[in-house]
Design a protein around this ligand. Structure first.
Ligand SMILES: Nc1ncnc2c1ncn2[C@@H]1O[C@H](COP(=O)(O)OP(=O)(O)O)[C@@H](O)[C@H]1O
Ligand SMILES: [Mg+2]
Length: 355
């Protein structure tokens, strides 16, 4: 039995991949109507600070993985005392904090946007004076799909921006005039064996991933740089499982000769890897299962080019067309309620042979 922390679509697709290899999954999540609960063998619906529930969950499984990097580290510690957890708390600690993430990247020679950690409106004010604007203010913790982010323009009031961001700690990032956004998903086993899916190009709308194009059209040298950078991060972090790395590709090399900068990392399956279900011999979800179960890595070499579109609440009517389209591979997450901006499913179009 494989334990999965979190019950969203990523957990659902992980459980489906596990089932294909003969493994039942036990899903631990906070509410009873989460997508993964439809497809798992066992379930615990409890809060992430419920020690008793965490303990019973850990005792029932051979290994635990997760679909969400913001699982409280205390919960992971409770589980790890009983059964192995991949990825580990040390990986999550870095991935939960945009500041630590960028500092870590720089320590291992990976480029990022220039940044400053700011702990108050006053610190933001002084950072704004040092930075070329526009810049982006993000909360260091808990942000996703653009939440907790404020674009800082010249003349903006620091106190207003600070209040808009929310509370806690912030990171001010120089705006990167990227040519394109790409991501690389790396898989790593406990013994260090590692593989990576090819870089793909991502298009965001309203800060939410809208499309993934596989492959990204990149010069071979840039493709190599992106893959090497992502592999370096996975290795240095000692990730067991997946590491999704979001990257900015620059038009020209920067002063350090870098064409690729890290934006953020996620040690779990990633929305920009959904295309691998239909276009690769081994999907990112199966790859995760293989890594945490100690099985050999699968093949990350695609057989088809692909374009993936997210299906958000407002797009749900399009499914009528997708379901009738023989070139569309439709995946719906079984969410009970549709809302604007909510990820309801995705569709992958295969685009001919990969070469
Ligand atoms: N420093 C930056 N320069 C330019 N664009 C950025 C920068 N940081 C974020 N963005 C844009 O905002 C999107 C969301 O930011 P990201 O840091 O990935 O947060 P999230 O956790 O919401 O995905 C990015 O995919 C990119 O399009
Ligand atoms: Mg992102």
């Amino acid at each position: 039995m494989i334990g999965i922390l979190g019950g969203g679509q990523l957990a659902r697709m992980t459980a489906l991949a596990a089932a294909r290899l003969g493994f039942p999954c036990h899903v631990f999540c906070a509410s009873a109507d989460e997508p993964a609960l439809d497809v798992c063998a066992a379930r615990t619906v409890a809060a992430f600070d419920d020690c008793e529930a965490l303990t019973r969950f850990a005792q029932s499984v051979a290994v635990v993985t997760l679909e969400w990097e913001n699982v409280p580290l205390e919960a992971l510690d409770i589980i790890a005392a009983i059964t192995p957890v991949h990825p580990s708390a040390s990986v999550l600690r870095v991935a939960q904090d945009r500041g630590l993430e960028k500092r870590f990247a720089r320590e291992v020679g990976v480029g990022t946007a220039d940044f400053a950690i700011v702990k108050s409106a006053e610190e933001l004010q002084s950072a704004m004076e040092r930075f070329t604007l526009p810049a982006i203010l993000k909360s260091t913790r808990m942000g996703y799909d653009g939440r907790g982010q404020v674009t800082i323009t010249a003349g903006m009031d620091a106190a207003d921006a600070w209040a808009q961001m929310g509370s806690g700690e912030g990171i001010l990032e120089a705006f990167v005039a990227f040519e394109q956004e790409v991501s690389v998903i790396v898989a790593r086993r406990e013994d260090g064996a590692l593989t990576a899916y090819p870089p793909v190009r991502n298009v965001h709308r309203d800060h939410i991933l809208a499309e993934t194009h596989a492959p990204a059209a990149l010069d071979p040298a840039v493709q190599k740089e992106a893959t090497a950078l992502a592999s370096q991060l996975a290795m240095q972090l000692h990730v067991v499982g997946l590491l999704a790395v979001e990257l900015f590709v620059l038009k020209e090399p920067n002063a350090k000769g870098q064409r690729v900068l890290m934006n953020e990392i996620a040690p779990r399956p990633h929305n920009s890897g959904h295309w691998t279900i239909d276009a690769c011999p081994c999907s990112q979800f199966e790859m995760l299962v293989r890594c945490v179960a100690g099985l050999p890595l699968g093949s990350a070499v695609p057989h088809s080019q692909a374009v993936m579109h997210n299906i958000l609440g407002q797009d749900i009517a399009k499914c009528q067309g997708y379901i009738a389209d023989p070139s569309a591979c439709l995946h719906l997450y079984g969410k009970k309620e549709s809302r604007t901006g909510r990820k309801m499913g995705h569709v992958t179009f295969l685009k001919g042979k990969w070469d």
